[in-house]
Design a protein around this ligand. Structure first.
Ligand SMILES: Cc1cc2nc3c(=O)[nH]c(=O)nc-3n(C[C@H](O)[C@H](O)[C@H](O)COP(=O)(O)OP(=O)(O)OC[C@H]3O[C@@H](n4cnc5c(N)ncnc54)[C@H](O)[C@@H]3O)c2cc1C
Length: 563
């Protein structure tokens, strides 16, 4: 048992688990990170990071057979021949879709930190106040002021590029130099601001090193080269991932033990000690069962897997899942509504061009129901647009030679793409459960996902499409086309909730420090903890919540309040 005893255990090595590991190790705790997937070492295990299209047998397309066998992951835009090794195949990790739900996962050391799109906006005070003001879900037990210093703390380490825009709906952070808008994006920004007065689009904030500082160089990371081939793993460490950043930093302390291929089955509740003492693990490769013990446990398996692990942690004390006296575990799952997009043309600016593949877009913070209820639906959406020149390679009818090359190097007309990121309202009916009869390859019950859109989502979508069309029209765009992808929930890859934070153990599972009300040495700091979804990309908030929770947990350990 001694070799299986640690000060802390972290389940999952993705974005939030990497942060938990770094913070715990830096505070001197001998920390075991249990990761169900294989080892992926920064640089060494990025096989396609410098591949050219012609190096790939299918020219970066996914073969038809794979598409047929794995329809869910194939719907993810980032799943291609060059990235497929970092995604879970549906056929290998089945789950039960009570209603259609596209569950996109990355099971490896680093989790989805290797394949995320790296957009990182802070929540505003209005987002944390939303549920209490508008009367849905439960009140967040924290406010913006509680998390603001922790946003700063993680932003400095991660390296976030952005502009200081001074918007109260999209607070500024600790920024590296911002990416630049191109000439058409600037013109659209100006025309929309002139037309509305208060709709100020700003350049996106993202986890890319536009100008690395000492803290980033010390991690072995360097400048982003605007290749936008990030999903393959970056040879420069130009974007933030657990593999390039938090995990190596944790390892440098000498306090980290990382165990890949370790599928966490459940947490161990000791009926005599009346507390969680450790975790049960099944070896991914050998199926051997093991147990590991620690004083404090951080659950960071990503939202739905964290729900699954807690539901599967059954004991005499907690027959319905750990800490679940309220019966709320697995309920109030929410996500982001990405269904609406618009495309358009833009005339003029034919002498304008731009350099590189910028890894972010232009964004407008939510302007609906921000301070008071002013529409017939709850909450709102963030709006993104980008403009680029299309039409390359159009000169196919010319003979080969200099003339052909010359014609093909002329950029085509400008086009504009706009999309939404809508808040969804957590509802009890949107929930996950353990399947009663279906198990996975490790004998663990499969997850049943019962999540759908509702009328509020439809109204919000209709409003975005109408407002988007109006904004693009006022910006002088032409040939505006609106589209509803009708995609299933899940494809947004921002699933949240099920183990929500709150003030009252009767209506929530975690307190204001992500600590389980009924199992105080267990902390949940991934998306499962989210009480509501806001309209921002969520991962920077998970990082800040994690660093804050570790700080609290270690202080509580030292005080003897966690034993
Ligand atoms: C294509 C794409 C684009 C995205 N774009 C953005 C974006 O722009 N901005 C943003 O904020 N977010 C984005 N996301 C979402 C982002 O990736 C997640 O929010 C983030 O990775 C969540 O961090 P996490 O630590 O909770 O989970 P993950 O990073 O998924 O890590 C969870 C880890 O836990 C492991 N695990 C799971 N179950 C077990 C178990 N039983 N035992 C042991 N280990 C387990 C997994 O293998 C995984 O390594 C995107 C995701 C994708 C796929």
């Amino acid at each position: 048992m001694n070799s299986n005893q640690f000060d802390a255990i972290v389940v999952g090595s993705g974005i939030s688990g990497g942060w938990a590991a770094k913070e715990l190790c830096e505070k001197g705790l001998k920390t075991l990170v249990l990761e169900r997937g294989r080892q992926v070492e920064h640089l060494k295990d990025y096989p396609t990071m410098t591949s050219a299209p012609w190096d790939m047998p299918h020219r970066n397309q996914i073969p038809l057979e794979d598409k047929r066998e794995n329809p869910v992951v194939n719907r993810c835009y980032a799943y291609k021949e060059d990235t497929q090794h970092f995604f879970v195949k549906d056929s290998e990790h089945p789950y039960v879709q009570t209603k259609p739900f596209d569950w996109v996962r990355g099971y490896q050391v680093g989790g989805k930190s290797l394949i995320w799109a790296r957009q990182t906006q802070r929540w505003s005070k209005y987002d944390f106040e939303g549920p209490a003001r508008d009367g849905f879900a439960v009140d967040w037990p924290i406010r913006y002021e509680d998390i603001a210093p922790w946003y700063s703390y993680v932003e400095r380490f991660v390296g976030i590029s952005g502009n200081y825009d001074g918007l109260d709906t999209l607070p500024d952070g600790e920024f590296l130099p911002a990416w630049e808008m191109n000439c058409v994006e600037k013109e659209i920004q100006k025309r929309i601001l002139d037309a509305y007065g208060d709709r100020k689009f700003v350049i996106g904030r993202c986890a890319h090193l536009t100008q690395p500082k000492e803290v980033h160089l010390a991690q072995g990371r360097g400048q982003c080269m605007a290749r936008n081939q990030c999903y393959r793993g970056c040879p420069f460490g130009g974007y933030f991932s657990s593999n390039s950043s938090t995990l190596p930093t944790a390892a440098k302390t000498g306090n980290l033990t990382l165990r890949p291929d370790s599928v966490v089955h459940s947490l161990i509740w000791d009926e005599e000690k009346n507390k969680v003492t450790g975790v049960r693990v099944i070896d991914r490769v050998t199926q051997e069962a093991k147990e590991y013990f620690a004083n404090v446990i951080f659950l960071n398996a990503a939202c739905l897997n964290t729900n699954l692990i807690l539901m599967n942690s059954q004991s005499n004390r907690f027959p319905n899942g750990l800490g679940n006296d309220s019966g709320l575990l697995g309920k109030y799952i929410a996500f982001h509504n990405y269904r609406g997009t618009l495309s358009a043309g833009f005339e003029g600016f034919e002498d304008g061009y731009y350099y590189g593949r910028r890894p972010t877009a232009v964004m407008l913070p939510n302007f609906r129901n921000v301070k008071k209820q002013d529409t017939d639906f709850l909450r709102g959406y963030m709006t993104f647009y980008s403009a680029g020149r299309s039409g390359w390679g159009g000169a196919r009818d010319l003979p080969f030679g200099a003339e052909f090359k010359e014609a093909n190097s002329v950029p085509g007309p400008w086009s504009v793409f706009m999309m939404m990121q809508g808040e969804t309202i957590p509802k009890e009916s949107n929930q996950v459960r353990l399947s009663a009869d279906q198990k996975d390859a490790w004998g663990i019950p499969q997850l049943e996902i019962d999540v759908a859109y509702d009328e509020n989502d439809e109204k919000l979508l209709a409003d975005f499409l109408q407002q988007g069309e109006e904004m693009l029209t006022k910006a002088g765009c032409i040939n505006i086309r609106k589209s509803d992808s009708k995609q299933s929930p899940g494809l947004d890859i921002h699933e949240m909730g099920g183990v929500r934070m709150g003030r009252d153990p009767k209506t929530s599972l975690l307190n204001g420090f992500n600590q389980m009300h009924l199992a105080p040495n267990v902390f949940v700091t991934d998306g499962a903890a989210m009480t509501s979804t806001g309209t921002q990309n969520p991962s920077i908030t998970y990082m800040a919540l994690t660093a804050r929770a570790v700080d609290y947990a270690v202080k509580e350990l030292k005080k003897g309040n966690i034993k």
